[in-house]
Ligand binder design. Structure first.
Ligand code: SAH
Ligand code: SF4
Ligand code: F3S
Length: 452
């Protein structure tokens, strides 16, 4: 099929949802850039607008519909404008989106990003409205082409697998991302090397459940073996991974925290609830005690490892004592940070059919209580860093202040400090002077002042 030319054309991509979607948006742009599209930050200037969407909770989905609504006026002003939607809402809703949104031209499911060139051709030459949302049990060649060499970023995500086979009873992901498939390790390593040669210093390996990399379709090595190879890539200074499922975390993986210097001692381990009754109905595959055992083993082996988690409050059937059990876990673990959500019923999932849904006001109150408790814990943990020296990978200018730089510690805390932009991409030592709830302020340490 003849290619579409994007020469002289601009694309505006807006990303909703998780890191997987951020990575997909980059991949989407890389495919569009191959046919000469350039990026714009202004939807008003664009010839092509794509919303890369999330359907994890109802609120995320609603945001997509309101954004699409606002684009109607732009299409009216410029009838040649092509409007597309990709990602999890596109996958979930497919053809229904074209019916619901008359000014929408293109629906690209989660496994069709690499076909954007051919799909655009159908829209622009045949004037068709197109939906591509088939799911496949294998990764086709070229789907994850190593990205463009001129993408120069200090840190980058690298998807190592797609889909999920866990079917937690509340979750839409297995339906919108398909079954779990791993990418071959040589392809992943090639991508990491390409990024390193472009100046990337930190990579985060992405998957819904990275611990099962290589166990179900694709993938020729285990996750710890893959991590080890990624840590060996010259030029890469820091390696992270998300997300780990508590039921699958292995001793072999934990041992890498001491064996691999570049592996950051920082783990995201979603607990979801502290109640065994709720965990069972969520189909998580572990009890609260089993979770705590793993967390305390990690804390014992590697004191100072930062641990973050996800928690859902108001899951169907969650009683006050179940919520208290979750609060207990939060208090005993003292997570470095949590991502907490009110349960949101998702179409087609098992939990959406449960009849004992928790009233919205109870869900809201529990979320407030949880977040207030965690805020105290986060501030306490951040305060403990005041006066300490930490290593920071400098990312660039701080968003908060033009005069300051921003970077992250190995444990993934945001640090702002004065300095020259030329430091971007280097790892420097800073002294923490002030802790806040979401960030730390610091001053760089001059090596020459440290002697004796
Ligand atoms: N694969 C990751 C999670 C991906 S979704 C894992 O298993 O940990 C990110 C988070 O969104 C989940 O951990 C969960 O806390 C939350 N979430 C998922 N479905 C939800 C729902 N229906 N309502 C509220 N929160 C939900
Ligand atoms: Fe969703 Fe569970 Fe899969 Fe995570 S492991 S993506 S929560 S089904
Ligand atoms: Fe959302 Fe899809 Fe990620 S539903 S959280 S964008 S996998």
């Amino acid at each position: 099929m003849e290619r579409v030319s994007g020469k002289g054309k601009d694309v505006y991509i807006e990303t909703f949802g998780c890191q997987m979607n951020e990575d997909d948006s980059e991949r989407l742009f890389a495919f569009l850039n191959e046919i000469d599209f350039q990026k714009t930050d202004e939807p008003e200037d664009a010839d092509l607008i794509i919303l890369n969407t999330c359907s994890i909770r109802e609120k995320a989905e609603q945001k997509v519909y309101s954004t699409l609504g606002r684009l109607k006026a732009l299409k009216k002003k410029n009838p040649d404008l092509i409007i597309g939607i990709s990602g999890c809402v596109a996958q979930q809703e497919g053809q229904r989106l074209l019916k619901r949104i008359p000014h929408l031209d293109l629906v690209i499911g989660t496994q069709n990003i690499h076909r954007v060139d051919a799909l655009l051709k159908e829209v622009s030459t045949k004037g068709a409205r197109v939906v591509a949302n088939e799911l496949s049990a294998t990764i086709s060649s070229g789907e994850y082409r190593p990205r463009l060499r001129d993408v120069k970023k200090v840190k980058s995500f690298v998807s190592i697998m797609r889909g999920c086979n866990n079917f937690c009873s509340y979750c839409i992901v297995p339906y919108v991302r398909g079954s779990e498939v791993s990418r071959p390790s040589p392809e992943i390593l090639e991508e990491v090397k390409t990024l390193a040669s472009g100046g990337t210093k930190e990579v985060t390996l992405l998957g819904q459940n990275v611990n099962s990399y290589g166990t179900s379709g694709g993938g020729d090595v285990s996750f710890p073996e893959l991590l080890t190879s990624v840590c060996r890539v010259e030029g890469i200074e820091r390696v992270r991974f998300i997300t780990s499922h508590p039921k699958d975390i292995s001793m072999e993986l934990l041992e890498l925290f001491s064996a691999e210097r570049k592996l950051c001692r920082n783990i995201h381990l979603p607990v979801q609830s502290g109640s065994d009754k709720v965990l069972e109905r969520m189909k998580r595959g572990y009890t609260a005690d089993e979770y705590l055992e793993k967390v305390f083993l990690l804390k014992r082996l590697y004191p100072g490892t930062s641990i973050s988690t996800d928690i859902i409050v108001g899951f169907p059937g969650e009683e006050e004592r179940d919520f208290e059990a979750t609060m207990e876990v939060v208090k005993v673990v003292e997570f470095d940070s949590i991502f907490s959500f009110k349960y949101s019923p998702r179409p087609g999932t098992l939990a959406a059919k449960f009849t004992d849904q928790v009233p919205p006001d109870v869900r809201s109150r529990r979320l407030e209580v949880l977040q207030a408790e965690q805020k105290q814990i986060t501030i306490k943990k951040n305060k403990a860093l005041e006066g300490k020296t930490v290593e920071v990978l400098v990312e660039g200018r701080s968003k908060a202040s033009e005069d300051e730089l921003t970077g992250r510690t190995p444990c993934n805390r945001v640090v702002n400090f004065p300095g020259e932009l030329a430091l971007a991409g280097s790892i420097i030592e800073v002294l923490i002077t002030q802790a806040y709830s979401n960030s730390l302020r610091a001053v760089p340490i001059e090596r020459s002042l440290l002697c004796c």
